[in-house]
Structures are given as structure tokens and as C-alpha cells.
Design a protein around this ligand. Structure first.
Ligand code: NAD
Ligand code: UDP
Length: 347
């Protein structure tokens, strides 16, 4: 009977998002900033599939209409072309904040905007959106990054590690920008009592990644398909841990629906040197692909691997798809986008 006195608008009222038998779950209104991007568009797919209505706010800086075009015409889907550093007020139940240039090439393009505009300008508006609905506890989820650990002195990285970030380097606009975003998220949480969630995302790959954004997996896959040499930066012994995008999306949704603020590492603990990654790409696409060594970029972190014990224990989440299984799924998508459907059908 008590349920009648509550707004049953969301699964949030039910632990783990499970609706008691006999009660139909009411759809949520969800804002996804950066929803036309790589990760965002996969998240949008899942939210719509679940029956929610989704508003995407994206300025298409690195995102593409193509990533969400299959939802055009769906009454539960709306896309607004808008820069999140400008005010916008939308009444929603949940906000997934993904809008941000994510690859080193893109975030270094306008570093001052990356560090100042994103956290400082976009947050007051987004939090204002959350506040409109504060009566029903709207939630704000920040997609932070493993880059908050900088060039880590602790390995693997646990959420309690504070990191080793160069405050004046070429990557700082992104690393410090995301650290500031985490600070603001926690200050709004403590100060304004807003419900927040923080995800620290480790390197993620999959279909719809920007083809020429300079990230290592997209570079190697595109290079191997185009019969160009794989460009390994430095000695290739630096490591990263690569997570398939569907695993990340599941983690983000579990985090949003769960009881814990975080931060949570969301990543696949499978760790690879860049030379090992090149080998996986060769095995998957072209065993004869050549490797060419290039000078490394400044302040490149030497190693990175998530400790995901916290997410396993508190969210009941862990990634399922190893690199050798996920990579072919991305290759199929890249083949189509690089060569067009006809050629890919022939290969
Ligand atoms: P992406 O570049 O594909 O997506 C980012 C989206 O945000 C794009 O659609 C872009 O157009 C949009 N955007 C950028 N600036 C905007 C602005 N001012 N206003 C409105 N929209 C804007 O990148 P992604 O890989 O999907 O990353 C999504 C989020 O996840 C980012 O916040 C990124 O920092 C974080 N993240 C990603 C990874 C990864 O490996 N992919 C790792 C760590 C963190
Ligand atoms: N890298 C590489 N070749 C490339 C692009 C990147 O060897 O063509 C290396 C880069 O030096 C870094 C790692 O791959 O050590 C991951 O780079 P990416 O830009 O994908 O992600 P991030 O540095 O943000 O983890």
C-alpha cells in the first residue's frame, strides 16, 4: 500500500532496478550528453531497448548522426544539436554525461576548452537539470577516466589511488579536466545533495569508434585494413587494458541503477603491450601487416590496468568479452565504413 504514496516513475525505488512482480516498470526520461559518439550511441541503443525515452545532446564535434540515425522517427528518441557549455534546461530522470572530446588528438585540439569549458561551464547547467527533478532524486553520472591516475606509480590501479598527473603537460587539459569534473561532482553531491555516480573508464573499443581519431585500436585496425603499416609509438612496451564497448555500457547502467556513488573503475583487466596489441590485430586482419615505430607522444603513461574488485563486489559487474573476441566485431564495422558495404561483402 505504501507504494501508492510514492512516485513509481523509476526503477530507482527498487533495489537493483528489479520491479516487484505485477508492477510494470514506468519508462524513464534519460539525457545522454555525447550520445552521438562512440560509447554514447551504444548506451542510447540499450536505454531505448529497455523502454526508456532518450534525449541526446551533442554538438557533433566527434560524434556522428550515423551512430544514432537508426533511431530517427522513434517517438522515444530525440536529438538536440547543442554545445553543452551553453545553457539548456531539460526535465529528465537521469543524466549520463559523456560529452567531451575523448581521444588525445581531439582533446589537445582546443586544450583550454577541454579544461575550462567542460567542467566549469557545462556542470552548472547539467546539475541545474538534475536539480529541477531533485524532488524525485534525478541522478547524474559522470564518465571520468583512467587518465585521472596519470602515469601511475601503483599497478594495477585501485580507486583509492590518487594518481600521478603532470599538471602542466600536454595531456593535463584532459586529465586535470576530468579530475576537476570529479571534484565538482562530489562537491555538488555533498553541497547540494544531488545524487551522483562516477565511472572511471579504461580504454574502450568497438564498432562506431571514430576511424581517424588517433587512438591506438582504431589506428591499428584502420591501418591493417588499408594495408598501411601499424604505427607503434615509442618502444611499444607500454601497456593498456582494452574493454569491449558492450561491457562498458552494462557497467555504466549498473552503476546508474545501483546504490553506490563510486568512483568505480570500469575496464577489462586484460593487459597488453602495444606490440602485443599489434600482434592481435595482425592475427585478426592481416598476418603480413608491417609494424613501423614512431616517436612517442609526451607524458604517455607507461602502464595501465584496472583493479575492478570494487565494481565486482558492489555492482556485480565484470567484463565478459576478451580482446580476441571483441576485436573481430569492430573489424567488421570498420571494414564496412572504410570500404563500403559491397566490398566488405566480398571480403
Ligand atoms: P566520442 O568522441 O566518440 O564521444 C564524445 C561525444 O561528445 C561526441 O559525440 C562529441 O560530438 C560529443 N561532444 C564533445 N564535445 C561536446 C560539447 N561541447 N557539447 C556537446 N557534445 C559534445 O568519445 P567516447 O569514446 O564515446 O567517449 C565518451 C566519454 O567517455 C567521454 O567523456 C570520454 O572522456 C569518456 N571515456 C572514454 C574512454 C574510451 O576509451 N572510449 C575512456 C575513458 C573515458
Ligand atoms: N599508440 C600507438 N600507436 C598509435 C596510437 C597510439 O602505439 O597509432 C600508443 C600510445 O602511445 C599509447 C597507447 O597506444 O601508449 C594508447 O593510446 P590511445 O591514444 O589509444 O589511448 P590513451 O593514451 O588515452 O590511453
Amino acid at each position: 500500500a505504501a507504494l501508492h504514496h510514492r512516485d513509481l516513475a523509476s526503477t530507482r525505488h527498487f533495489v537493483g532496478g528489479k520491479v516487484p512482480l505485477g508492477l510494470k516498470r514506468k519508462a524513464l526520461r534519460v539525457l545522454v550528453t555525447g550520445g552521438a559518439g562512440f560509447v554514447g550511441s551504444h548506451l542510447v541503443d540499450r536505454l531505448l531497448e529497455r523502454g526508456d525515452s532518450v534525449i541526446v545532446v551533442d554538438n557533433l564535434f566527434t560524434g556522428r548522426k550515423d551512430n544514432v540515425v537508426h533511431h530517427f522517427g522513434d517517438p522515444n528518441f530525440e536529438m538536440i544539436r547543442h554545445d553543452v557549455v551553453e545553457p539548456i534546461l531539460l526535465e529528465v530522470d537521469q543524466i549520463y554525461h559523456l560529452a567531451c572530446p575523448a581521444s588525445p588528438v581531439h582533446y589537445k585540439y582546443n586544450p583550454v576548452k577541454t579544461i575550462i569549458s567542460f567542467p566549469m561551464n557545462s556542470f552548472p547547467f547539467l546539475f541545474n537539470n538534475a536539480k529541477v527533478e531533485a524532488k524525485i532524486n534525478a541522478r547524474f553520472l559522470l564518465t571520468s577516466t583512467s587518465e585521472v591516475y596519470g602515469d601511475p606509480l601503483q599497478h594495477p590501479q585501485v580507486e583509492t589511488y590518487w594518481g600521478n598527473v603532470n599538471p602542466i603537460g600536454v595531456r593535463s587539459c584532459y586529465d586535470e579536466g576530468k579530475r576537476t569534473a570529479e571534484t565538482l561532482t562530489m562537491d555538488y553531491h555533498r553541497g547540494a545533495n544531488l545524487e551522483v555516480r562516477i565511472a572511471r573508464i579504461f580504454n574502450t573499443y568497438g564498432p562506431r569508434m571514430c576511424i581517424d581519431d588517433g587512438r591506438v585500436v582504431s589506428n591499428f585496425v584502420a591501418q591493417a585494413l588499408r594495408k598501411e603499416p601499424l604505427t607503434v609509438y615509442g618502444d611499444g612496451k607500454q601497456t593498456r587494458s582494452f574493454q569491449y564497448v558492450s561491457d562498458l555500457v552494462e557497467g555504466l547502467m549498473k552503476l546508474m541503477e545501483g546504490e553506490h556513488v563510486g568512483p568505480f573503475n570500469l575496464g577489462n583487466p586484460g593487459e597488453f603491450t602495444m606490440l602485443e596489441l599489434a600482434k592481435v590485430v595482425q592475427d585478426t586482419i592481416d598476418p603480413n601487416a608491417r609494424i613501423e615505430f614512431r616517436q612517442n607522444t609526451q607524458d604517455d603513461p607507461h602502464k595501465r590496468k584496472p583493479d575492478i574488485s570494487r565494481a565486482k563486489e558492489l555492482l556485480g559487474w565484470e567484463p565478459k568479452i576478451p580482446l580476441r573476441e571483441g576485436l573481430p566485431l569492430m573489424v567488421t564495422d570498420f571494414r564496412k565504413r572504410i570500404f563500403g558495404d559491397q566490398d566488405s561483402a566480398a571480403t
